[in-house]
Design a protein around this ligand. Structure first.
Ligand code: SF4
Ligand code: SF4
Length: 184
């Protein structure tokens, strides 16, 4: 199966969250009437880790989105068959029409990336901008990243690009289909 992926370069990510804002706008995640700060759904989140002591502090930042898992624990938890891994792209897709809002997938996702719309009772998450990538465009987060920390493409090709650039894959973060890299 072909696996489309995003490569996240920790050398470049500055944790600015521009990608999160662009993603929220593109997918219409903000309910302008009701959402309070801190309660807006998100398809990406930023994580970071600091090392060293002042003034020699080094901080790494990276984004976490749906990892488009190989064995999809979310789909295994969904009795309605609302979650599928697309064979053409490897993207894990949610079908809103089939979702009954039981929330089982939210419990099953080890990466805690599934959002839940309480008002309309359905689960939703990053679909790697399926609408865009099937028309030859990059996902919105990749297009808007200020520092070019994100690269979109076939996973195997991204791995080759990382290798050619002398980057090391961070195996612990890259357990599924999204690739995280850094200069050793
Ligand atoms: S990260 Fe969570 S939502 Fe995404 S495919 Fe894996 S289990 Fe499913
Ligand atoms: S826009 Fe780029 S630099 Fe900013 S948080 Fe997202 S990935 Fe990191």
């Amino acid at each position: 199966m072909k696996q489309l992926s995003i490569m996240v370069d920790l050398d470049r990510c500055i944790g600015c969250k521009t990608c999160i804002v662009a993603c929220r706008n593109h997918h219409g995640l903000i309910d302008h009437e009701y959402d309070m700060p801190g309660e807006i759904p998100y398809y990406l989140r930023v994580e970071s880790k600091s090392e060293g002591k002042f003034p020699e502090i080094k901080e790494d930042s990276w984004v976490v989105m749906c990892q488009h898992c190989k064995k999809t624990p979310c789909a295994k938890g969904c009795e309605e068959g609302a979650i599928t891994k697309d064979v053409q792209t490897g993207i894990v897709l949610f079908d809103r029409e089939k979702c009954t809002g039981c929330g089982e997938c939210v419990e099953k996702c080890p990466y805690k990336v599934i959002q839940f719309n309480e008002k309309e009772n359905y689960a939703h998450k990053c679909n790697l901008c399926y609408d865009r990538v099937t028309h030859g465009l990059d996902p919105v987060c990749v297009e808007t990243c200020l520092t070019n920390a994100l690269t979109f493409g076939e996973k195997e090709i991204l791995l080759m690009q990382a290798d050619a650039a002398g980057k090391q894959v961070i195996k612990k973060l890259s357990a599924q289909s999204i690739v995280y890299v850094k200069t050793p």
